[in-house]
Design a protein around this ligand. Structure first.
Ligand SMILES: *Cc1c(COP(=O)(O)O)cnc(C)c1O
Length: 457
């Protein structure tokens, strides 16, 4: 399988090159040049364990990695999960919940970043290359990325977080990783300051080349690929538990997770509509409701990992919506850049409505959903998952599989408000306080961060 850019201005690349590249050189996103179909293999696939299924799906996209090596990478990645099923489905009340939080940092990003970390290590070793990952985080991505590459050879990771402005659990998850290749930098500033420093470091091309900088942002194809697997798995499990007309509900920020569901459907998974759930940062809901794709100010909500207005994976869907016409995609992305919005025709919107429905949830509804769901089912939702469950309960006309993107113990504040007690802490969170911590406090200063990286690679 070769990979193309959504904007059509680059040569095709192999899977390994696509993983190492992240973003395509013409500024577009990488996609496989064709969509492999498994529609005549569903029966066989439904009988597999998560790891076996992951191999069958992922190997359709990775023909430059020998089968045994791929099996080893998949086994290694998903053995880091405390649940053998990796992404189990449980029925609670009227909905199915697919728990994606059994990885080392208790959020769904582990599903993708465990595998990406292993792909990086494998490819770097083969090529005798080094990679120095730099990223800014407001919490979840940074910790999942750190756990994805901790202790790996040929990789260092520098994660900047705004000092004192990430949740206590998130901070401990990052700073308790003491492997020599992991550097936590607590910036005296905000998330935006940290993000600006990272962007500026990448913008310095000679510095970027000299120090072999790389990113772990959500646009890497390998992340989407890892996520396609759990739609298949979740669908099969829900069917086995009696579901008929399966609709996935996806708490969405960057459009990465939901794009993986859309792609699974293109591969032949017989899904009904996919439901895009947002919080008050509802650009994607506005798009689906009435074609209004215009960015607004980000507001802070109870579900911080969805407090996003620039859905970086949206361009991948746009490519399909534009009938795989990369010139049209480039024109639309240019329109977004110059005017802050993209316009869509009635015909476009008809296609969108055939695939997706949407619902956006206020803070009040997030809190009341956690409360009422707990009273009814004795099950505690995290606030991101609650946005999805609120959507499913509102629509209530199919068998909804709600993706649970985080363990509630990661976001205890709103849970305590809603149900009057803290969620039970899994051992992996409870033990964090006792662990040794490693973190460097650094000024909000580009030069200081650049020098720190240069001295430690
Ligand atoms: C990142 C994240 C999301 C949003 O996922 P996208 O792929 O960006 O749409 C939702 N919930 C949690 C807990 C997250 O960490």
């Amino acid at each position: 399988m070769m990979y193309i850019s959504t904007r059509g201005k680059t040569e095709k690349v192999s899977f390994k090159d696509a993983v190492m590249m992240g973003l395509a050189e013409d500024g577009g996103l990488l996609l496989p040049e064709s969509v492999p179909s498994v529609s005549d293999r569903l029966e066989e696939l439904s009988k597999l364990s998560y790891k076996e299924l992951a191999f069958e799906i992922i190997s359709l996209f990775t023909n430059d990695i020998p089968e045994n090596d791929l099996k080893m990478l998949i086994n290694k990645s998903y053995s880091a999960f405390e649940n053998d099923e990796v992404a189990p489905v449980v029925k609670k009340g009227d909905v199915y919940i697919q728990e994606l939080f059994h990885g080392p940092t208790f959020a769904f990003k582990d599903v993708a970043l465990q595998l990406l970390g292993n792909f990086f290590e494998y490819i770097l070793k083969e090529r005798s290359e080094q990679l120095n990952i730099i990223g800014a985080t407001s919490g979840d991505t940074g910790s999942a990325a750190i756990y994805g590459v901790r202790g790996k050879s040929n990789i260092n990771i520098f994660i900047l977080h705004p000092k004192g402005r990430v949740s206590a659990v998130q901070e401990m998850q990052m700073t308790s990783v003491t492997d020599a290749n992991v550097y936590n930098l607590a910036i005296e500033g905000t998330f935006d300051d940290a993000q600006d420093i990272v962007k500026a470091a990448f913008g310095d091309i000679s510095y970027k080349k000299k120090y072999k900088l790389g990113a772990v942002n959500s646009i890497n194809w390998a992340r989407v690929l890892a996520q396609i697997v759990y739609y298949f798995y979740g669908y099969f499990q829900a069917k086995k538990q009696g579901a008929e007309n399966v609709r996935f509900v996806v708490p969405t920020g960057n459009f990465g997770n939901i794009f993986a569901g859309y792609f699974a459907k293109q591969m032949g998974l017989p899904l009904d509509k996919i439901i895009l759930a947002t919080n008050e940062n509802n650009i994607l809901a506005r798009f689906i409701n009435n074609g209004d794709y215009s960015t607004k100010e980000v507001v802070q909500t109870y579900s911080p990992s969805m407090d996003i207005q620039i859905a970086s994976n949206f361009e991948r869907y746009l490519y399909f919506l534009c009938g795989k016409d990369s010139e049209k995609v480039a024109a639309k992305m240019n329109e977004l850049k110059t005017s802050g919005k993209i316009s869509f025709s009635d015909e476009d919107m008809e296609r969108v409505h055939a695939e997706f429905a949407t619902f956006s949830t206020s803070n009040e509804l997030t809190e009341s959903t956690i409360k009422s769901f707990y009273e009814k089912t004795d099950y505690i939702l995290d606030p991101h998952t609650a946005c999805g469950v609120a959507a499913a309960l509102k629509m209530a006309d199919a068998d909804y599989v709600c993706l649970s993107t985080a363990h509630p113990a990661k976001f205890p504040d709103v849970v305590i408000k809603a149900v009057g007690k803290a969620p039970d802490k899994p051992e992996g969170i409870a033990k964090l306080e006792k662990l040794e911590k490693k973190c460097i406090v650094i000024d909000n200063d580009l030069q200081k961060v650049k020098s720190f990286v240069a001295e430690n690679v």
